[in-house]
Design a protein. Sequence first.
Length: 130
Amino acid sequence: MEMVEYEDAGDAVRAVYDDIMATRGVGWINNFWKALAHHPPTLARTWAGLKEVMAPDGALDPLTKEMVYIAVSVAQGCDYCIASHTAAARKAGMTDAQQGELMAVIGMAAETNRLAQGLRVPVDPAFEAR
């Protein structure tokens, strides 16, 4: 799929691109958005949702949000999202030690999740009360 470059984009796509660049404080659009731009409603909806969820003024700080995003991206096997959100986490202050520990937690969660699923372990009543 060809990427929709800024200079080739229609007005609706350019408006979203402009907002992405302004919100992120960057002068370029990454390939994810360029791919979505083939369907402007999906581009606009996805950007609006991401912008809302990843906003810096929520209960979770930006680094935590990026690290959660990395964990989900690893679990889902999305190389693009792993790279994108690792870069964003680095920008938000993630250290080598934090990244290493995050990968250890992700790996352990994947292992114990598979074991619990494979063994069909019933959920403890104490956990259900939460």
